[in-house]
Design a protein around this ligand. Sequence first.
Ligand code: GLU
Ligand code: ZN
Length: 312
Amino acid sequence: MTAQYRGRFAPSPTGPLHFGSLVAAVGSYLQARSHDGAWLVRIENLDPPRESPTASDQILSTLEYFGLCWDEDVLYQSDRYSAYEAALDRLREHELLFYCTCSRKDLRDAQPKSPADSGSEPVYPGTCRWRRTAPPQPHSVRILTSAAPIVFEDALQGQCEQIVEQVSGDFVLKRRDGLYSYQLAVVVDDAAQGISEVVRGADLLGQTARQIFLQKKLDLPMPAYAHLPIVIDNAGNKLSKQTGAVDVRSGTGYTPLWHALNFLRQDPPPELYRASAAEMLEWAVPHWKIEHLAGELRRTLHSINENPSYDV
Ligand code: GLU
Ligand code: ZN
């Protein structure tokens, strides 16, 4: 059973690897290696306007620097358009797709106005559900959702349940600018790469039901899921490329890896703080206990520039 374990790390190349993505990389890597499994890397370069041309290579070289060596060839989503188109064809045959001509403004205007709803993602109002053939004007392609709840067991966050129709509504699979959506690509590629468990940040927990919904409609196997706590800064914001999180390689040495192990509640010994990446991982694989993170959705990181203080 464990010999078939296949995990992955799937960064979007929008900038250099920051501490939040290092945590996801290390968590998925250790979970795979501690199961004697394969660990794959997939570059999710689906959105050229948001990407940096150097980020993919930079991310891969940072992974190598920290000793996070992957198996098999790196999969680039930019090479996968025909697979995404085939998945769309299949959904179209099942009459699950429709063509949406709503503008951003149409969608905004259709949202409930109560302040309680501000900030939550827009729910598609169903306007174009009737449009089953592609119109001449610009359009996106959406999938028809239903009111059936999606229930799944997350290894860390426990039982999760979501009614996709209520949370996002009919979501986009192909954008009006012709780009494929993250939801479609992630589902097609997790299946194509034979991923048995997805270990990633809890910022994606709320998207998982949509992915399971799509897996069912495409008759694809469902991987197991484990969502790691996301790293937040002192101000309570998610560390991300957009909020200016720094490149984990901007400092010297391997200490960010020690801090990632500490953040993941693996209690790395202080003596390892100045060790090489290889030594840290050699310690971490047999000691890995993902269950130390059970139920934790977010956690504040104070600093990765100080010596071990045990209060992270
Ligand atoms: N590419 C996504 C990101 O960088 C992660 C996708 C995933 O792990 O499912 O946020
Ligand atoms: Zn529409």
